[in-house]
Design a protein around this ligand. Structure first.
Ligand SMILES: Nc1nc2c(c(=O)[nH]1)N[C@H]1C(S)=C(S)[C@@H](COP(=O)(O)O)O[C@H]1N2
Ligand SMILES: [Mo]
Length: 194
């Protein structure tokens, strides 16, 4: 089901400038929705880090954490207080061996979508690789089985159908960043376009 109801909350400090509160949870996808069985999920770590591939089982064996975070889409809607469950990026990082030169990551998705982040933004508080939304498996249109959640930046950084994390020694542009979006995307600074 797809809801399209929004309300203005100008006095709510959690709502960034230029955003309206979404009462439902809109779906924002560029291109087709890839369908992947959990058992076929593979998360590849590559670039400037020791190469590793996590199966679904290996991901589920990592510490699991629930976060409640606001979600801000650059198309002017924010969904407040979304509950996600998954692996904190800081817990994932503790199991990886990135090179000392790694300063940025590129998130890669099934279907070809990409988005770039500094390592600091990738590891910030509340960031996780999520597999549950409001206590249930994430619906495929919202990025299930596995998506990134980067709550402090606009939601185009929250890569759905995550398939890889590439470590890099410089910033490179992902899909929307090449197409005019800001390289970082802080909603409270309205970093919408580059
Ligand atoms: N793989 C992939 N991830 C993606 C996108 C996409 O098109 N493909 N859209 C992004 C954008 S612009 C937003 S706003 C959020 C939307 O997440 P939702 O569909 O769960 O609301 O996913 C982000 N992650
Ligand atoms: Mo978006």
């Amino acid at each position: 089901m797809r809801y399209k109801f929004f309300k203005k909350e100008p006095d709510n400090p959690r709502v960034p400038p230029g955003q309206n509160v979404a009462l439902g949870f809109p779906v924002l996808t560029y291109g087709p929705t890839p369908r992947i069985e959990k058992e076929k999920v593979e998360l590849k770590i590559f670039g400037l880090a020791e190469e590793m591939t996590f199966s679904w089982q290996a991901l589920m064996a990592l510490p699991q954490t629930e976060v409640v975070e606001d979600f801000h889409c650059v198309t002017h809607w924010s969904k407040l207080g979304v509950t996600w469950r998954g692996i904190l990026t800081s817990d994932l990082m503790a199991t990886l061996k990135p090179s000392k030169d790694a300063s940025h990551v590129m998130l890669h998705c099934n279907g070809g979508y990409t988005t770039n982040l500094s390592l600091e933004d990738f590891c910030a508080d509340g960031c996780l690789l999520a597999h549950q939304l409001e206590g249930k498996d994430i619906p495929v249109e919202h990025g299930g089985p596995l998506r990134a959640i980067i709550p402090h930046l606009y939601a185009w950084k929250s890569a759905k159908w995550l398939s890889g994390i590439e470590f890099m020694d410089e910033d490179r542009f992902g899909f929307w960043e090449r197409n005019g979006y800001h390289r970082r995307g802080d909603p409270f600074k309205e970093e919408r376009y580059g």
